[in-house]
Write a protein of this length. Sequence first.
Length: 158
Amino acid sequence: MAHVFKVHVMLSWGEQRDYLVANDVEPGLEHRLATRKNWQEVMRGALINVPVAPYLPSGEPLPPIATARVDDVVAIAAEDAPVDLQRTRSQFIMADIWQHQSSTANYNYLHHDYDAESQKQIRADIDHWCTGADTAAISAVTKDRILTQEKKLADCKK
Protein backbone atom coordinates (compact mmCIF):
# COMPACT_ATOMS: atom_id res chain seq x y z
CA MET A 1 0.00 0.00 0.00
CA ALA A 2 1.37 3.42 -0.93
CA HIS A 3 1.43 6.18 1.63
CA VAL A 4 1.84 9.89 1.91
CA PHE A 5 3.54 11.30 4.96
CA LYS A 6 2.20 14.20 6.98
CA VAL A 7 4.56 16.18 9.16
CA HIS A 8 3.54 18.44 12.01
CA VAL A 9 6.06 21.26 12.24
CA MET A 10 6.91 24.25 14.40
CA LEU A 11 8.02 27.50 12.78
CA SER A 12 10.58 29.66 14.56
CA TRP A 13 7.93 32.27 15.38
CA GLY A 14 5.84 29.68 17.26
CA GLU A 15 3.25 28.81 14.63
CA GLN A 16 2.45 25.13 14.12
CA ARG A 17 1.47 23.73 10.71
CA ASP A 18 0.95 20.46 8.90
CA TYR A 19 2.46 19.59 5.51
CA LEU A 20 2.74 16.59 3.26
CA VAL A 21 6.33 15.51 2.71
CA ALA A 22 7.82 16.32 -0.70
CA ASN A 23 7.13 13.69 -3.36
CA ASP A 24 10.79 12.81 -3.84
CA VAL A 25 11.26 12.11 -0.11
CA GLU A 26 8.29 9.72 0.08
CA PRO A 27 9.98 6.60 -1.39
CA GLY A 28 12.65 6.65 1.32
CA LEU A 29 10.03 7.04 4.05
CA GLU A 30 7.91 4.30 2.47
CA HIS A 31 10.93 1.96 2.60
CA ARG A 32 11.61 2.87 6.24
CA LEU A 33 7.94 2.31 7.12
CA ALA A 34 8.12 -1.19 5.59
CA THR A 35 11.45 -2.17 7.14
CA ARG A 36 11.88 -0.44 10.50
CA LYS A 37 9.94 -0.38 13.73
CA ASN A 38 11.01 3.22 14.51
CA TRP A 39 10.69 4.50 10.96
CA GLN A 40 9.77 8.03 12.13
CA GLU A 41 13.19 8.67 13.69
CA VAL A 42 14.55 10.03 10.41
CA MET A 43 12.03 12.88 10.45
CA ARG A 44 11.27 13.61 14.10
CA GLY A 45 13.25 16.64 15.17
CA ALA A 46 14.54 17.23 11.63
CA LEU A 47 14.87 20.71 10.18
CA ILE A 48 12.95 20.99 6.92
CA ASN A 49 12.28 23.74 4.42
CA VAL A 50 8.62 24.62 3.96
CA PRO A 51 6.64 27.12 1.92
CA VAL A 52 4.91 29.51 4.32
CA ALA A 53 2.53 31.03 1.78
CA PRO A 54 0.56 29.56 -1.11
CA TYR A 55 1.95 28.89 -4.55
CA LEU A 56 0.44 31.00 -7.32
CA PRO A 57 -1.09 29.33 -10.38
CA SER A 58 1.72 30.81 -12.50
CA GLY A 59 4.33 29.36 -10.14
CA GLU A 60 5.99 32.79 -9.86
CA PRO A 61 7.05 34.18 -7.56
CA LEU A 62 7.80 31.25 -5.29
CA PRO A 63 6.27 31.65 -1.86
CA PRO A 64 8.52 32.60 1.04
CA ILE A 65 10.42 29.60 2.40
CA ALA A 66 11.24 28.98 6.06
CA THR A 67 13.03 26.22 7.95
CA ALA A 68 10.76 24.45 10.43
CA ARG A 69 11.39 21.75 13.02
CA VAL A 70 9.47 18.51 12.54
CA ASP A 71 7.62 17.56 15.71
CA ASP A 72 5.89 14.45 14.34
CA VAL A 73 5.33 12.43 11.19
CA VAL A 74 2.51 10.03 10.34
CA ALA A 75 1.88 7.72 7.41
CA ILE A 76 -1.49 8.07 5.68
CA ALA A 77 -2.86 5.76 2.99
CA ALA A 78 -2.42 7.59 -0.32
CA GLU A 79 -6.13 7.46 -1.08
CA ASP A 80 -6.82 9.26 2.21
CA ALA A 81 -4.30 12.05 1.58
CA PRO A 82 -5.51 15.50 2.64
CA VAL A 83 -5.96 17.67 -0.45
CA ASP A 84 -5.57 21.00 1.35
CA LEU A 85 -2.00 20.59 2.61
CA GLN A 86 1.05 22.03 0.91
CA ARG A 87 4.13 19.91 0.42
CA THR A 88 7.43 20.52 2.13
CA ARG A 89 10.48 21.22 0.06
CA SER A 90 12.96 18.36 -0.34
CA GLN A 91 15.74 19.80 1.83
CA PHE A 92 15.86 18.47 5.38
CA ILE A 93 18.50 17.55 7.95
CA MET A 94 17.93 14.81 10.51
CA ALA A 95 18.02 15.88 14.16
CA ASP A 96 21.07 13.70 14.87
CA ILE A 97 22.94 15.64 12.20
CA TRP A 98 21.88 19.28 12.63
CA GLN A 99 22.20 19.18 16.42
CA HIS A 100 25.89 18.27 16.06
CA GLN A 101 26.79 20.73 13.29
CA SER A 102 27.31 24.46 13.30
CA SER A 103 24.58 26.83 12.19
CA THR A 104 26.78 27.63 9.19
CA ALA A 105 27.03 23.99 8.11
CA ASN A 106 23.26 23.57 8.44
CA TYR A 107 22.64 26.79 6.52
CA ASN A 108 25.04 25.79 3.75
CA TYR A 109 22.86 22.74 3.08
CA LEU A 110 19.40 24.25 3.60
CA HIS A 111 19.68 27.68 1.94
CA HIS A 112 19.54 26.07 -1.53
CA ASP A 113 18.87 28.55 -4.36
CA TYR A 114 15.97 30.43 -2.77
CA ASP A 115 15.55 34.18 -3.11
CA ALA A 116 17.52 36.45 -0.78
CA GLU A 117 14.62 37.12 1.60
CA SER A 118 13.90 33.41 2.03
CA GLN A 119 17.61 32.79 2.60
CA LYS A 120 17.54 35.40 5.38
CA GLN A 121 14.58 33.63 6.98
CA ILE A 122 16.27 30.24 6.65
CA ARG A 123 19.45 31.63 8.28
CA ALA A 124 17.43 33.14 11.14
CA ASP A 125 15.44 29.93 11.58
CA ILE A 126 18.57 27.79 11.74
CA ASP A 127 20.14 30.16 14.26
CA HIS A 128 16.93 29.94 16.27
CA TRP A 129 16.89 26.14 16.28
CA CYS A 130 20.64 25.86 16.97
CA THR A 131 21.10 28.66 19.53
CA GLY A 132 17.67 29.98 20.52
CA ALA A 133 18.23 33.26 18.63
CA ASP A 134 15.24 35.57 18.23
CA THR A 135 13.76 35.66 14.72
CA ALA A 136 11.17 38.43 15.26
CA ALA A 137 12.68 41.04 12.91
CA ILE A 138 13.28 38.67 9.99
CA SER A 139 10.00 36.84 10.58
CA ALA A 140 8.10 40.16 10.42
CA VAL A 141 9.42 40.63 6.88
CA THR A 142 8.42 37.07 5.99
CA LYS A 143 4.94 37.57 7.45
CA ASP A 144 4.53 40.65 5.23
CA ARG A 145 5.65 38.56 2.26
CA ILE A 146 3.08 35.90 3.20
CA LEU A 147 0.31 38.53 3.16
CA THR A 148 1.51 39.82 -0.22
CA GLN A 149 1.50 36.30 -1.69
CA GLU A 150 -1.97 35.58 -0.26
CA LYS A 151 -3.26 38.83 -1.82
CA LYS A 152 -1.76 37.87 -5.19
CA LEU A 153 -3.50 34.50 -4.98
CA ALA A 154 -6.82 36.18 -4.12
CA ASP A 155 -6.38 38.51 -7.11
CA CYS A 156 -5.78 35.49 -9.37
CA LYS A 157 -9.09 33.99 -8.25
CA LYS A 158 -11.10 37.12 -9.14
